[in-house]
Design a binder for this molecule. Structure first.
Ligand SMILES: Cc1cc(-c2n[nH]c(CCNC(=O)c3cc(-c4ccc(F)cc4)cc(O)c3O)n2)ccn1
Ligand SMILES: [Mg+2]
Length: 214
């Protein structure tokens, strides 16, 4: 039977990356996506911006919305301080199966809790289910029409504190216009756009970094 693209991506990791070496896993995925098959990872160019934000924030608690194959999960987890935790939500069970194996291959599984399901269902349950108070950093990389409703939901559930950072992928392509309008015009956020390109292409895209002011 035919393999799926995530399965082929995992194969490239298992063939070309060294177990326990996150950087080699990232390199193997980027090489596969540049030279064999495009895939919707945040990619190497936007990934460097993600890395610098993670290093600057040095978060104890991170929420990632949209795991896909675990590429950004590995990038974030490999830069977390000791005892820090990353919860990542994936809607598609097939993607989740692959992501768990990519995360394990990189050797960062101790820092990561991968949860299967929809953001709208899980965000209200974060506190009781995972003992989370607030998130220091949220990486939004899931369905583009969910960025705004889920940001409002996180506010309502008290999951953001003064200084929490929201970092959103794809604000230009595929685009999240209602989210951008909200964080750029709301007095409760201080926003900054990092211009870049859609992963592995020359198409414009970028990351929007927004600080919640409380
Ligand atoms: C509701 C809910 C949802 C989730 C959830 N889990 N996994 C995802 C993946 C979402 N990501 C994307 O769709 C995405 C698409 C492109 C793209 C595609 C085609 C093009 F032509 C150009 C660009 C590029 C990207 O960088 C992306 O991130 N969502 C998890 C939990 N709850
Ligand atoms: Mg993305």
């Amino acid at each position: 039977t035919q393999s799926t693209r995530p399965q082929r991506l995992l194969g490239a990791v298992q063939k070309n990356a060294t177990r326990g070496h996150p950087r080699s896993v990232i390199q193997a995925i980027d090489h596969f996506c540049r030279n064999k098959e495009w895939a919707m990872n945040v990619g190497d160019e936007k990934g460097c911006i993600l890395d610098s934000v993670v290093s600057e924030v040095s978060p104890a608690t991170v929420l990632e919305l949209g795991t896909y194959c675990g590429y950004s999960t590995v990038r974030i987890a490999s830069r977390l301080p000791p005892h820090a935790k990353l919860i990542t939500l994936e809607f598609n069970p097939e993607f989740a199966v692959i992501a768990r194996q990519v995360i394990a291959w990189a050797g960062v599984e101790d820092k990561v809790q991968l949860v299967e399901g929809a953001s709208g269902d899980w965000i209200p349950r974060m506190k009781e289910q995972f003992g989370v108070k607030t998130f220091d950093l949220v990486f939004l990389d899931h369905w583009k029409d969910r960025y705004l409703p889920d940001t409002k939901l996180m506010e309502e559930c008290g999951l953001l504190r003064k200084g929490s950072i929201l970092l959103a992928d794809n604000v230009i392509c595929p685009g999240t216009p209602d989210y951008l309008e909200y964080v750029r015009n709301s007095p409760r956020y201080e926003s900054q756009y990092f211009k870049s390109h859609l992963e592995y292409t020359k198409v414009e895209d970028g990351l929007e970094k927004s600080v919640f002011l409380g």
